[in-house]
Design a binder for this molecule. Structure first.
Ligand SMILES: [Zn+2]
Length: 403
């Protein structure tokens, strides 16, 4: 397959590039060449569109998809009022299937080709999410949320069962196809026993598996967590103690961390998912973007639906910029965190995140707001700040057209 189009590509945190009028050749799901000319007359003409790499959402809760926009004053109130009850609905297989289908369809329509997902703490619901992802052909890292304490009885798991079921899901689905991986997903320290965290940490490390959890989102959450683990000097130290940190660990939020905690994140090479829409919806606080960036910590953007209100990564990019008080986020930087930066967080920067020869063809085509009028920076700026006018025409994952 050869497509004639215009490429808008992330290069680095500071740089993006616009390459007009090129031919992208795709073979066996990968970009085999990008050239200014082709000898073939048989190509798809998308020269009226702009091609960008598919977005990567590094932290999102599939089973909460229907409760987007349920207003609540704080995180813990929101969890108890809406979230736990909603996640329990996925106990019904028909419901779990429908929410997974609706989630992935909306996600891909908004240009996201890779998602890092928590499902409800129900084995079957997670299994169904994998089945749906496989059938649709999307790229996803999925895990069953784990909770064995500090939560309502109807969702509380037995420690050993929670671990055993997660291992079974890992063995069934991790790398079952090139597009699917498993992630061990203890919700956070507040709903995880020390024993559960240790089991997860040790197993994931021994098996080179992903781990995801939430860290330091809300002041009330932090205070309660530290009371539960009085021997740990900080929230981050709890996760270090139970072997949860490392290069394959993605921590959501990371808002109220001190310098010692940032040092731990750097030493362990842990990754951070920044969820600006969620942080301001739940009044959790402002992300220390500049401090984490200066510490050299790999970070990327995430919707955190349903704490976040939309799966649109264009919206998340806008929020990333709007919600820094002093630090100026350039359009190039926001774009990087939604694409190549996300790939780096996943250790997949050689496979996805930008449009380059040899990478998988995870491509999104958008209507051109008039490339002749804008330079690369202005074009990106339009896409991010006037994102309600962006028309996403089609998307493909590993060369397969999704819509
Ligand atoms: Zn979350």
């Amino acid at each position: 397959m050869i497509i004639k189009t215009n490429i808008l590509n992330p290069v680095s945190q500071q740089k993006a590039e616009f390459i007009p009028e090129v031919f992208i050749s795709i073979s066996r799901g990968k970009i085999s060449s990008i050239s200014k000319a082709t000898l073939s007359h048989d190509f798809i003409d998308h020269s009226d569109l702009i091609c960008i790499p598919g977005f990567i959402d590094t932290h999102v809760h599939l089973s909460q998809f229907y409760i987007r926009g349920s207003h609540s004053p704080t995180l813990l109130h929101w969890l108890n009022t809406y979230t736990f009850i909603e996640e329990f609905r996925s106990k019904e297989p028909d419901f779990a299937r429908k929410v997974a289908q609706d989630f992935f369809r909306d996600s891909i329509k908004k240009g996201t080709t890779t998602s890092v997902i928590y499902t409800a703490p129900l084995k079957q619901a997670c299994d169904i999410a994998f089945e749906v992802a496989q059938n649709l052909g999307v790229r996803a890292v999925i895990g069953k949320t784990m909770m064995d304490s500090g939560c309502p009885d109807f969702l509380k798991e037995n420690t050993n069962t929670s671990f055993k079921e997660s291992v079974e899901l890992f063995e069934k689905w991790n790398k079952k196809t090139d597009l699917l991986e498993y992630v061990f997903s203890p919700r956070f320290a507040l709903t995880s026993s020390a024993e559960l965290m240790q089991l997860i940490g040790d197993f994931a490390k021994a098996n080179d598996a992903f781990i995801q959890t939430h860290l330091s989102e809300n002041h009330e959450e932090i205070k309660t967590t530290l009371q539960l683990f009085p021997d740990c000097e900080s929230y981050t130290a709890i996760y270090r103690k139970y072997n949860l940190l490392g290069p394959k660990t993605i921590l959501g939020h990371v808002l109220h961390v001190d310098d010692n905690e940032i040092d731990i994140l750097r030493e362990t090479k842990s990754k951070v998912a920044h969820c600006p829409d969620s942080n301001f919806f739940l009044k959790s606080g402002m992300f220390p973007l500049k401090r984490l960036q200066e510490a050299g910590i790999d970070l990327a953007l995430a919707s955190d639906v349903a704490g976040g209100t939309s799966l649109s990564m264009l919206n998340v990019m806008k929020m990333c910029s709007f919600r820094q008080n002093d630090y100026v986020v350039s359009p190039q930087e926001a774009f990087y965190y939604a694409t190549l930066g996300g790939a780096k967080v996943l250790g997949k920067e050689d496979i996805i995140g930008s449009i380059e020869e040899g990478k998988d063809a995870d491509l999104v085509f958008i209507k051109n707001p008039d490339q002749n009028k804008y330079n690369c920076s202005e074009l990106l700026s339009k896409l991010i700040y006037v994102n309600e006018e962006v028309e996403i025409i089609s998307a493909m994952v590993a060369g397969r057209k999704m819509f």
